[in-house]
Design a protein around this ligand. Structure first.
Ligand code: NAP
Length: 235
């Protein structure tokens, strides 16, 4: 049985991915800032802190064996006019969304190289297709994640490791609802459904299905790809 780690696995998309991979027969451990107390394999780690990430991965390895699947779903958004973003805010958004991926990949890579097999899926954002006003730090970080995905795919392919990105668009999670409540969406979720070609909001299960495919043996010839899951909002 393979062991998968899902960051941001306590909420929204990460939670959905963790559930799907468990259903598909993986051992699954999650890393998050506030892990649920009733899950033995939910670890507390801030992905921006390499010591916390390494400590958590060491515990996962001891409990469940080598980690050969990684889904990076931990994320932090931000909404501010560019000229009002201070450098600390800029750095925190880059730190969580980009450096968090760096730390987590570095922590699990030795297991994948040793196994000669691995799957990395990075959850970026549909805002990287089109840009997004008031999210310059977030769009920059997520675009870098797409770039990192492509570079790593080339570097790690010969070692049996695939690296792909899934940029979600308009997925019904606490992050989306928080932004609806703060009136940052330019309308309600219901309004947006009318502007979405498939006429519904996405679910964590939609993203989990794409991740499950990219992690499966059926996807062993797919690497360095950016698979948009957004109901047709970005084509
Ligand atoms: P969510 O419900 O807020 O889940 C994100 C999770 O990441 C939360 O549990 C959060 O913990 C955790 N997290 C944040 N900072 C962390 C850190 N430094 N270390 C460890 N964990 C951390 O949001 P979501 O919508 O599921 O988002 C999942 C991913 O999809 C994110 O990368 C997001 O940028 C991306 N995304 C989502 C959408 C969408 O429509 N929902 C669209 C585009 C991209 P706390 O809640 O405790 O802070």
């Amino acid at each position: 049985m393979k062991t998968a780690v899902v960051t941001g696995g306590a909420s929204g998309i990460g939670l959905g991915v963790a559930q799907r991979l468990r259903d598909n027969g993986f051992h699954v451990a999650t890393l998050d800032l506030n892990p649920p107390a009733d899950d033995d394999f939910a670890y507390r780690a801030d992905v921006t802190d390499p010591d916390q990430v390494n400590e958590a991965i060491t515990s996962v390895r001891a409990a469940l064996g080598p980690v050969t699947v990684l889904v990076n779903a931990a994320g932090l958004d931000g909404f501010k006019r560019f000229q009002n973003i201070n450098f600390e805010e800029w750095k925190r958004v880059i730190d969580v969304n980009l450096h968090g991926v760096f730390h987590c990949v570095q922590a699990v890579l030795p297991d994948m190289l040793e196994a000669g097999w691995g799957r990395i899926v990075n959850i970026s954002s549909s805002s990287t297709h089109s840009g997004q006003p008031f999210m310059s730090h977030y769009v920059s970080a997520k675009s870098a994640v797409n770039g990192l995905t492509k570079a790593l795919a080339l570097e790690l392919g010969p070692s049996g490791i695939t690296v792909n990105a899934v940029p979600p668009g308009f997925i019904d999670t606490p992050m989306l609802r928080k932004n609806e409540e703060a009136r940052r969406l330019g309308g309600t979720v219901e309004d947006h459904i009318q502007r979405t070609p498939v006429r519904r909001v996405g679910t964590p299960a939609d993203i989990a299905a794409a991740c499950a495919f990219l992690i499966s043996e059926d996807a062993s010839y797919i690497t360095g790809q950016i698979l948009g899951v957004n109901g047709g909002r970005n084509t």
